[in-house]
Design a protein around this ligand. Structure first.
Ligand code: PMP
Length: 357
C-alpha cells in the first residue's frame, strides 16, 4: 500500500535511503555488524562521518577551510541555547527576527544570556507573513532568523544584509533551494525533515566567528569543544548520522540542491494553484511569503472537516493535520516527497469539491 506522507517532521525520507538504512541495521557494508552496534570510533563510522561532513559543504557550496560541520544532539531547540552561549558577549545583545513559534522559542532562550532585540515580529498577525522593513543594529553580537516557518507555512525569500554574524535556523528548508549559503555564519537544522531521522542536528559554522576560546562554558554547550573533538566530544547519534549521510548522497546523485529546488517549486506551484482555485479551501499564509516546504491551508467551512479527513484516509494521505496550535491543514513537501503524492492530494481535493459544492 502506497501511503502519501505529508508529515511535517519526522517526515518522509527517500525510499532508496530507507532501504539502505534498513540493510545497514542488519549488516553494514558486509562487515557482519549492524550500524546500531559499531563503535563511533570505528573506521567504518569515522568514514561515514567524514563523508557526511564533506557532502554538507559540497552541497551548500561552502569552502571546506572556512566552515566546520557538526552533528550534535538536543535538536534544533538545543541550538537556541548554544547560540547565545557561544556568540553573545558578556553583557552583550543579539538581534532576532520573530517569524513563528520556533523563532519565538529561540528569542525566549536567548533572553537568559543577555539582551535580545526583536528587530520585527509578525506575531500580531498569527505569523502569517514575513516582516520586511526592519533594521539590524550593527552593535549586536549576531542576528538570528528562521528561513522557513514550519508551523505557519511562511518562508523568507530574501535575506537582509548585515555586517554582524548571521545565524539562521534552516530546520525545515535546508537543502531545498539554492541560496548563497556563504552569507550565513552559522546555519543549523534538526535532521528530521530534509536530512534524516530525528536524533541529530546539523550545524555549519564559519569558524572565525567563534573568536577566542570561551572559558566557563559547559563543554557540551561549547562549539569550540565540539569542533576540536570533531563531533565526538560525547557519543554521536551514529544511526541518525549514517542515515543523514545516505540522504546527502541521494541529494547529490539526484543533481544537488538545484534539482531539489526544481522539483519543490513544481510541487508547491501545483498545490497552491489548487488551493487558490478550489472554492472549498483557502491558504493561510500571505501569498508573497508562502513556503515551498510547508503548505498551510484550511476548509472555508469547518463543518466539512470530518468528510474531508475521511476522504484523505481512503486515499492513504497521511500527516496532513495542521500543527496542534493552529489547526487546519499542512502539507509538508520536503525533498523526498514525490510529485505523485501532491497530484494525489490535488485529485482528492477536486473530488471533494465535486461532491460538496
Ligand atoms: N526550528 C524549526 C524551524 C522547526 O521546524 C523545529 C521543529 N519542527 C525546531 C526548530 C525545533 O526542532 P527540535 O524539535 O529538533 O528541537
Amino acid at each position: 500500500m502506497k501511503v502519501h506522507n505529508f508529515s511535517a517532521g519526522p517526515s518522509i525520507l527517500p525510499e532508496e535511503v530507507m532501504q539502505q538504512a534498513a540493510k545497514a541495521v542488519l549488516n553494514l557494508n558486509e562487515t557482519g555488524l549492524s550500524i546500531l552496534e559499531i563503535s563511533h570510533r570505528s573506521p567504518e563510522f569515522l568514514a561515514i562521518l567524514a563523508e557526511a561532513k564533506s557532502l554538507v559543504l559540497e552541497l551548500l557550496d561552502l569552502p571546506q577551510n572556512e566552515y566546520k560541520v557538526l552533528f550534535l544532539q538536543g535538536g534544533a531547540s538545543m541550538e537556541f541555547l548554544r547560540i547565545p552561549m557561544n556568540l553573545m558577549q558578556k553583557g552583550g545583545k543579539a538581534a532576532y527576527l520573530n517569524t513563528g513559534t520556533w523563532a519565538d522559542n529561540a528569542v525566549k532562550e536567548a533572553k537568559a544570556f543577555g539582551e535580545v532585540i526583536e528587530v520585527a515580529s509578525s506575531k500580531d498577525m498569527h505569523y502569517s507573513y514575513i516582516p520586511k522593513a526592519y533594521t539590524i543594529p550593527d552593535d549586536a553580537d549576531y542576528f538570528h532568523c528562521t528561513s522557513n516557518n514550519t508551523i505557519y507555512g511562511t518562508q523568507m525569500r530574501s535575506f537582509p544584509e548585515t555586517a554582524i554574524p548571521f545565524v539562521c535556523d534552516m530546520s525545515s528548508d535546508i537543502f531545498s533551494r539554492k541560496l548563497d549559503f556563504s552569507q550565513f555564519d552559522l546555519i543549523y537544522a534538526g535532521a528530521q525533515k530534509n536530512i534524516g531521522p530525528a536524533g541529530t542536528t546539523l550545524i555549519v559554522i564559519r569558524e572565525r566567528i567563534l573568536g577566542n576560546p570561551k572559558n566557563g562554558l559547559p563543554n557540551i554547550m561549547n562549539y569550540q569543544m565540539h569542533i576540536e573533538r570533531e563531533s565526538m566530544y560525547n557519543t554521536p547519534a551514529v544511526f541518525a548520522i549514517y542515515t543523514s549521510m545516505l540522504t546527502l548522497r541521494w541529494i547529490k546523485k539526484a543533481g544537488g540542491i538545484a534539482a531539489m529546488e526544481a522539483r519543490n517549486n513544481k510541487k508547491a506551484a501545483l498545490l497552491y494553484e489548487e488551493i487558490d482555485h478550489n472554492p472549498l479551501f483557502e491558504g493561510t499564509a500571505a501569498k508573497e511569503d508562502r513556503s515551498l516546504m510547508n503548505v498551510t491551508f484550511r476548509l472555508k467551512d469547518a463543518n466539512h472537516t470530518e468528510a474531508f479527513d475521511t476522504l484523505c484516509k481512503t486515499y492513504h494521505i497521511s500527516g496532513l493535520k495542521g500543527h496542534r496550535t493552529v489547526g487546519g491543514y499542512r502539507a509538508s513537501l520536503y525533498n523526498a516527497l514525490p510529485v505523485e503524492s501532491v497530484q494525489m492530494l490535488i485529485e482528492v481535493m477536486q473530488q471533494f469539491q465535486r461532491s460538496h459544492s
